[in-house]
Ligand binder design. Structure first.
Ligand code: C2E
Ligand code: MG
Ligand code: MG
Length: 706
């Protein structure tokens, strides 16, 4: 438009152009009149006016045209401008669309790429899925196989197989479980909890403890025996073996195991245990049982306790005299008395507090628990001594028994069963040595003595072989005339190790270790040898007495041994007397009496020794085949101190005479004693007053002076 307008201004608006104006001006002479000039000017002006008018007109035309043009142009410009803006907008839009297209293309490319990935993933997935399905099918087949094998194994081995997956606690049980315990797989859903609930309440603590031990790795596998409840309520015993499998991270993966029914075995074991742990004869727990019980007590007792080992002092004699059947019943009676005592309310001991066991032979052991409310073990021991002193009446016979008790306490004296048993035995030996019928508690010094004692026993066994034994003879004399009436053969042991050991010490030992039989036989023969050397002139009224151990009556052949010795030394039977004690008679009346009667029939004499120390019952004297009553030295000595005892002694002597028995007073040491005894019409005396026991030559020499 600007350009157009410029072009238009430069155009010749006169309509004649520049060449026309130049041609006008040369026709006006400079000097012509003014009028001419004016005319000329006027003409020129007119011309000019015309020109101007023309120009104006042209200009107006032009202007009009221009104005139209301008408007047109303006319009065109406006249109152009609008069109330019639209174009720009369009171009911008096109550019935007281009970009969007680019982006869309890029997205398309990327989508195509991811689509490709997806497709390949899908293929891989399908591939994997196919593999999984194959594996699953295989696994299912394997599982079915395993189930079948489980079934076969469990049936073949007659066991229950079980498996519990942890932590889901999913329990799998073999069919045999349902068969053996009477449950139904469909109807009875046995979960882990139910399964645990089937364990016998008494076994649960043990089961849990063993499981825990296995869980923490204390055991390689969990082996246990426990009871499971059948559906019908019956409990069956099972031997269980189980193992835990762990995940790599250490957590528990599963717990699986096997169970086999051992109910029959358990019943057999119970029978065997009864046989093995209980004494057939008395029904009491036996030594084996005692040992396990003791071990348990030692491990679990907070209060401690005591062991009372008791031995019947005279059972062997009774057994031998009346026969084993009688002896057995006697032991049963003793067992019943002990059991009753331990269970009695009077003892205030609960069943667990005191257990009586038969330790073997005629030995019983009482295990006592120490508690403030229970009686002291000494008190229990004293009660036992008392209840066994009451005569036992069997088959119309009254048998008098007694016992010795050795006590040991735990934990004071030891905490090992074997040690405690040894202690109790040592204390028991001490009780026997102390004269039996008593209780002795162990003290530590005895341990040392026991060792010595064993050595001493060994030495005693060799005493005869080593010529360490000797007999001394203590004369007995008529109280009135002081004439020798006989001798008592008294044994001496002069040990090369222990020196002179008193008979009160070594004879009980010889009895315990059994060497008494050999020694007793030796005494019989040596006494007869001594008697054989007594001058003929003395033989008629002189008698040599032999002390006989009750155990010698047990051994068959005592009678024969005496007869044999008498025969081989060629002496009259009347020269030999046998000394027995009241206690021996109490223990084995019939057994001893038969032998004594036979001896008496042979012409031997029977002396009842130590009268006054035992029961001192005169009632039974009339039924005994005895000739002489020997009043014990302690009695004789007491008599001089207590006036009342004198009356009693007189009465005894009187009664003995009424039974046609002669009376020997032992331990006469003083003239006063002799005088009193003489007045009391005692027949003979034996004691230091007249003579101490003498070696055989010296003893025989006395006769030369008598
Ligand atoms: P016992 O049969 O009562 O023998 C009498 C004991 O009294 C003897 O003691 C004797 O030495 C002792 N005695 C004698 N007179 C007196 C006295 O006046 N005063 C005192 N205080 N004591 C006197 P021993 O020899 O020590 O014998 C003790 C016991 O040993 C005997 O008692 C007897 O039971 C037993 N014994 C001795 N020898 C034998 C034997 O060969 N076989 C058996 N089984 N036992 C025997
Ligand atoms: Mg004697
Ligand atoms: Mg005596």
């Amino acid at each position: 438009m600007e350009q157009n307008a410029q072009d238009y201004r430069n155009k010749d608006v006169s309509g004649k152009g520049p060449a026309g104006r130049a041609s006008v001006w040369p026709h006006f002479p400079v000097f012509r009149s003014r009028k001419a000039e004016v005319e000329t000017l006027k003409a020129a002006l007119a011309l000019r006016g015309e020109a101007l008018a023309g120009a104006r007109h042209a200009l107006e035309e032009y202007a009009a045209r221009f104005s139209g043009l301008a408007e047109e142009t303006q319009r065109q410009i406006q249109a152009q401008t609008a069109s330019n803006a639209a174009l720009a907008a369009f171009e911008q839009r096109v550019a935007e669309l281009g970009r969007e297209r680019e982006a869309a293309l890029a997205r398309l490319v990327s989508l195509e790429a991811s689509n490709g990935q997806l497709l390949s993933d899908r293929d891989a997935f399908l591939e994997r899925n196919r593999a999984y399905e194959a594996a699953l099918t295989q696994a299912e087949r394997t599982l079915a196989d395993i189930r079948q094998v489980w079934g076969l194994i469990s049936e073949a081995a007659d066991v229950i197989l079980w498996d519990c997956v942890i932590p889901s606690m999913q329990l799998t049980l073999s069919d045999s479980f349902y068969r053996m315990l009477g449950y139904d797989r469909e109807a009875d859903a046995i979960t882990w909890e139910i399964w645990r609930g089937l364990v016998h309440p008494d076994d649960r603590v043990q089961v849990n403890r063993l499981y825990h031990d296995h869980l923490i790795g204390r055991t390689d596998r969990n082996a246990a025996e426990y009871r499971l409840r059948r559906k019908d309520g019956e409990y069956r015993w099972f031997s269980a073996s189980a193992k835990i499998a762990y995940n790599p991270d250490g957590s528990v993966q599963r717990y699986a195991g096997v169970l086999s029914d051992i109910t029959d075995r358990k019943h057999q074991e119970a029978i065997i245990a009864t046989l093995a742990y209980y004494d057939n004869l008395t029904g009491l727990p036996n030594r084996t049982h005692l040992l396990s019980l003791l071990e348990a007590r030692l491990a679990g007792s907070e209060n401690g306790g005591a062991l009372l080992l008791l031995d019947l002092d005279n059972f062997k004699t009774v057994n031998d005299a009346f026969g084993h059947a009688f002896g057995d019943r006697l032991l049963q009676t003793v067992a019943a008395r002990l059991a009753h005592l331990c269970e009695s309310e009077a003892l205030r001991v609960s069943h667990e507090g005191a257990v009586v066991t038969r330790f073997g032979g005629d030995e019983f052991m009482v295990v006592l628990e120490k508690r403030p409310e229970y009686p002291h073990p000494y008190e229990v021991a004293d009660r036992i001594l008392r209840i066994l002193r009451d005569p036992i009446c069997l088959d119309g016979r009254s048998v008098y028994l007694s016992c010795s008790i050795g006590l040991t306490m735990f934990p004071e004296d030891g905490v090992r069963a074997d040690l405690l048993l040894k202690n109790a035995d040592t204390a028991l030996s001490r009780a026997k040595t102390a004269g039996r019928k008593c209780r002795v508690a162990y003290d530590t010094d005895m341990g040392v003595e026991a060792a010595t004692r064993m050595e001493m026993e060994e030495a005693l066994r060799g005493a005869i072989r080593n010529n360490e034994l000797a007999l001394v003879f203590q004369p007995q004399a008529d109280l009135a005339t002081r004439r020798i009436t006989g001798y008592e053969a008294l044994l001496r042991w002069n040990s090369r190790i222990y020196g002179n050991v008193p008979p009160d010490r070594f004879i009980p030992m010889a009895e315990e270790c059994g060497v008494i039989h050999e020694i007793g036989h030796w005494v019989i023969r040596e006494t007869c040898r001594f008697a054989a050397l007594i001058p003929e002139s003395w033989r008629g009224g002189l008698c040599v007495s032999i002390n006989v151990s009750p155990l010698q009556f047990i051994e068959d052949g005592l009678l024969e041994k005496i007869r044999d010795a008498i025969r081989s030394f060629g002496i009259p039977s009347s020269m030999i007397a046998v000394e027995i004690t009241e206690t021996m008679l109490m223990e084995n009346f019939d057994g001893i009496v038969g032998c004594l009667q036979a001896l008496r029939a042979d012409g031997c004499h029977i002396y009842l020794d130590d009268f006054g120390t035992g029961y001192s019952s005169l009632n039974y004297l009339k039924n005994l085949p005895i000739d002489v009553l020997k009043i014990d030295k302690s009695f004789v000595q007491d008599v001089m101190v207590h006036p009342t005892e004198r009356k009693l002694l007189r009465a005894i002597i009187g009664m003995a005479h009424s039974l046609r028995l002669k009376v020997v007073a032992e331990g006469v040491e003083t003239e006063a004693q002799r005088t009193f005894l003489l007045q009391a019409r005692c027949n003979y005396m034996q004691g230091y007053l007249f003579s101490r026991p003498l070696p055989q030559d010296d003893a025989r020499a006395l006769l030369d002076h008598g």
